[in-house]
Design a protein around this ligand. Sequence first.
Ligand SMILES: Nc1nc2c(ncn2[C@@H]2O[C@H](COP(=O)(O)OP(=O)(O)OP(=O)(O)O)[C@@H](O)[C@H]2O)c(=O)[nH]1
Length: 318
Amino acid sequence: MRVWAGPLRAAGAFRERFDFGGRDVASWFPRHMAKGLRQMQAALRRADCLVEVHDARIPVSGRNPALKEALGIRPHVLVLNKMDLADPRRQPAVLERLKEQGCPQVVFADCQRDVGVKKIVPLVARLVAEGPRYHRAESSDFNILVIGVPNVGKSSLINSLRRLHLKKGKATVVGAEPGITKAVLTRIQVCEKPLMYLVDTPGVLPPKLGDVETGMKLALCGAIHDHMVGEDMMADYLLYTLNKQQQFGYVQRYGLGEPCDHIEPVLKHVALAQGRTQKVTVLTGTGNVNVTMLNYTAAAYEFLRDFRAGRLGRVTLD
Ligand SMILES: Nc1nc2c(ncn2[C@@H]2O[C@H](COP(=O)(O)OP(=O)(O)OP(=O)(O)O)[C@@H](O)[C@H]2O)c(=O)[nH]1
């Protein structure tokens, strides 16, 4: 969505770098979730294949390298979910880049609308048939471990597979906040022919994020709680990214005259457009005066919500 029809600003008119104010990864993002990883290692003993779910808006950054190392070599399928929110024009370049990284089995999916999900069962069955059956040569059923960072749609994938193959509804809880799946669950049937079971796991963040931008992208996609990073900083980083990619859906949505590189005027328009204002009484020399204040934090949150719901266009952050 590039709805801004006016002249595009010359290159260089927008920020070329984002100023993180000198903060580094260690001071910002948590190091945790080792427990989830240990639980997964235990569940892996019975798994024939890994299905890693990641957010299609950050196809190359933010994947947890520790997962692959800790969980060992198994057939591995990468499901890039939430494709409805990512820029479709970037798909060929994304596939190319992932192939270079040794990840050729990629499926784009929208687990809310069951798009792309049908490809997964046959692909997994083929990969498992091609390789050795880890510790379970005698079994004919398929056990799949679903892994990924928080909030990418692991539970939604399981529910989507059940809808498509078993005509059944929810087996696992879905939520808009990261960290809904708290423990490794028992296996859930997702297909009859072939007989296939999936095990949902809690989202596990990389124990060490390489750089602040990766953390920021994960936060924008909802894999890290907003309050850990701060809505104001996230909103500014989002604006910087949208401008860099010339994604100007926000100009029309908030009634701005033209693209803008400063977060304050943008949030002012968001606050006015979405009614994020509050009345306060100010004591002056001549008495009390009621004034309308803009709630910038609420406006920042609204801006993030619009992005996450795709209302600012389909954007790939990488
Ligand atoms: N737009 C869009 N939203 C999706 C899609 N799949 C899941 N979601 C939403 O993403 C959020 C997270 O989904 P979950 O399935 O709970 O994610 P999870 O990876 O199991 O989350 P954790 O339990 O935190 O690890 C929910 O609000 C879902 O409705 C999709 O394909 N498109």
